[in-house]
Design a protein around this ligand. Structure first.
Ligand SMILES: Cc1ncc(COP(=O)(O)O)c(C=O)c1O
Length: 403
């Protein structure tokens, strides 16, 4: 991601912020408006930097957007997954079923919670978890006598995954679904419900508010829940599971293995100010996404990754699929032309950190998606002329006769 400080463009290289040698159109960028600054200044003046009222305000606003019974805010999308995992009641080492087409956090959460990451194949055209592959993996768990802890479904690119199809498989087995909605705040499912809304069998939906996401709170996360008791438990766990004596608030007991996964008031206020503009953010991204789709329509050397019919995407990422053998040369070609193209994501099961859980056979469709994917710029403030430049360069590079 590129950042802008004092009108000087910088890029992050090897974890360090450096001045860019030439202007870059990044793949994603947050936008701050005067109302965001005002919200932050109000917190600075309020006397509460953390533990104050801004967190509850943010949670209430998220409940409105998601239509979930309760939303618990926390420090990151990763801690949201870990907290959701803490609600799962399964023996250590039980399988945590997760797609390879995701950021590693969806799979690492298994290990934070003492479960085993097991990868389930995805749809080759969308990168979304495949319901048939889910059934096959559940049968494999039965055959091995392995307990299953939970299934994590990811709304990759902001496109809603077919959660009702997963739930049809999971409900008869009494297995919980956790929805990783890091990309999909504000998206709408096939049945018209917003991502995060209560559903029978859906344990939790998690969100991330990292700056490339729809809502930029700097860092931040949230868990949408249908059960108030579980929300109460997670509010405890996010703050060391300290239970205060109502008679003597200075006195407390620690009742569980808790964490410091709190969101500060500064982050919450920034998130809240941004959340007020959620629909206009999505509308702007959709307009840009539609322009990409029209420009790429009919080009047989590439495919545009769009949402399922009848769903509404949050348009987090603009993804295209190109020839597997030429992906890196196309991606690097774009970067040489000042376009910060990226890959979301390298197949998670191939990351060295998961080697000891393998081998992982039968993930061919996921590998095909991940090996062909390129992320193009999509963010608020991307101008049509910048986008036209991106489209022109993409078309130059993907047409083999021009390679
Ligand atoms: C699908 C997915 N899940 C979880 C996360 C983790 O979110 P965070 O960076 O806020 O910890 C990300 C972050 O990129 C993500 O893309």
């Amino acid at each position: 991601m590129s950042l802008q400080f004092r009108n000087q463009r910088h890029v992050v290289k090897r974890g360090r912020v450096e001045r860019a040698s030439r202007p870059v159109i990044p793949y994603g960028r947050h936008r701050l408006l005067p109302e965001d600054r005002e919200a932050l200044l109000n917190v600075l003046d309020s006397g509460w930097l953390t533990g104050g009222p801004a967190v509850a305000d943010f949670e209430a606003a998220l409940e409105d957007v998601t239509q979930a019974t309760e939303v618990v805010a926390c420090s990151t999308g990763t801690s949201a997954l870990q907290l959701a995992g803490a609600l799962v009641d399964a023996p250590p080492g039980a399988w945590w079923l997760v797609p390879p087409c995701t950021f590693v956090a969806s799979a690492q959460a298994a290990r934070y919670c003492g479960y085993r990451p097991v990868f389930v194949d995805c749809d080759e055209a969308t990168g979304l978890l495949c319901p048939d592959a889910l059934e096959r993996t559940l049968s494999a768990a039965d055959a091995e006598g392995a307990a299953v802890a939970a299934v994590v479904a990811v709304d990759l690119n902001g496109h809603p995954a077919p959660v009702e199809r997963y739930l049809e498989v999971l409900r008869p087995r009494g297995l919980p679904l956790i929805r990783d909605g890091a990309h999909s705040l504000g998206a709408v499912d096939l049945d018209g419900k917003p991502v995060g809304a209560d559903r029978e069998g859906l344990l939790a939906t998690t969100f991330s508010f990292h700056p490339v996401k729809l809502i930029a709170a700097a860092e931040g996360g949230a868990i949408a829940l249908s059960c108030r008791e579980q929300a109460k438990r997670l509010r405890g766990l996010r703050s060391h599971a300290m239970v205060r004596n109502p008679e003597r608030p200075a006195e407390y007991e620690v009742t569980d293995l808790g964490y410091n996964h709190r969101l500060s008031d500064l982050h919450a206020a920034l998130g809240c100010a941004q959340l007020a503009r959620l629909q206009s953010k999505i509308d702007e991204r959709k307009q840009l996404a539609d322009r990409y789709q029209r420009a790429f329509d009919g080009i047989d050397t590439m495919q545009w990754v769009g949402p399922g019919d009848g769903t509404k995407s949050a348009w987090h990422l603009a993804s295209i699929l190109v020839d597997r053998q030429r992906r890196w040369s196309i991606l690097e070609g774009l970067r040489e032309r000042g376009i910060g193209a990226a890959n979301h994501y390298p197949a998670a099961h191939k990351q060295p950190t998961f080697t000891s859980y393998g081998p992982f056979p039968g993930l061919n469709s996921s590998e095909a998606y991940c090996d062909r994917q390129i992320t193009l710029p999509l963010y608020e403030g991307l101008t049509f002329s910048q986008q036209d430049h991106v489209i022109h360069e993409v078309l130059q590079l993907v047409r083999p006769e021009r390679a």
